[in-house]
Design a protein around this ligand. Sequence first.
Ligand SMILES: C[S@@+](CC[C@H](N)C(=O)[O-])C[C@H]1O[C@@H](n2cnc3c(N)ncnc32)[C@H](O)[C@@H]1O
Length: 252
Amino acid sequence: MRSIDYDTEQYQDYARGRAVSQRQQQTWISAFEAVLPERRPLVGLDVGSGTGRFTPALARAFGPVTGVEPSVRMREVAQAQSQHPEVRYLAGSAEDMPVPSGSADYALMFLSWHHVQDKPRAARELARVLRPGGRLLLRANFSDHHPRPWWLEYFPRGYEADASIFQPLHEVIETFTSVGWRVADFGTVTEPSAGTLGDMLERLRLRTLSFFAQLSPEELEVGFRRLEEAVAAGPDAPAPVFAEPLLTLELR
Ligand SMILES: C[S@@+](CC[C@H](N)C(=O)[O-])C[C@H]1O[C@@H](n2cnc3c(N)ncnc32)[C@H](O)[C@@H]1O
């Protein structure tokens, strides 16, 4: 995968390009609730919190959350736009978190795992910061369980290029189980529609997905032309939904 430097790209447009509606956000919170303990408060970590798309919602649902994020620019947006009295954002990464050992009940990694450079180290560091029995909610894609967003088929090599960013499921599981985690749950979550096809096209044009960095300029041009033609036929139709994987790991 061509790696993304969020300090020089995407950070200005990420919040708009990747915005989730309240209904979409609630769908995720309900999915997390289903695999987290019932007691409250739960101390949470949002690892790779980005612009804080989910961080305040986690705090409202479960209790205090620390967003850990390596990109200064993404953190600045989060601090400006995603505040909550029980949320703080700190510099750090999955490999190196500025929080005490055994201090959190759960960690969420929402589409940040594929950006982690040293994955074995991150699996150990996540084990360090959680309490025994703590849970890691890994909203990741996997090359062999890859979602099929409706717009991907319009891009040459679309599915193949997108799936190639991610590891196969067994490889991710092995990274964790070899350092003391166990698989607690694996399933998919289907968000409500992201809006109209026209709205989605506008957001996709901002290219705030790692996928777009994997294509050549020609592939991007062809893909956007095909997508625009398809959307022009019915821009007000709701964008189709698709299922997204959620792997839950538990610290033994
Ligand atoms: C696709 S964004 C997801 C942000 C947020 N979780 C969300 O769903 O909106 C990926 C984020 O992972 C961060 N990231 C990159 N390397 C990381 C690492 N080693 N550990 C944790 N986060 C990392 C990026 O800076 C970026 O903010």
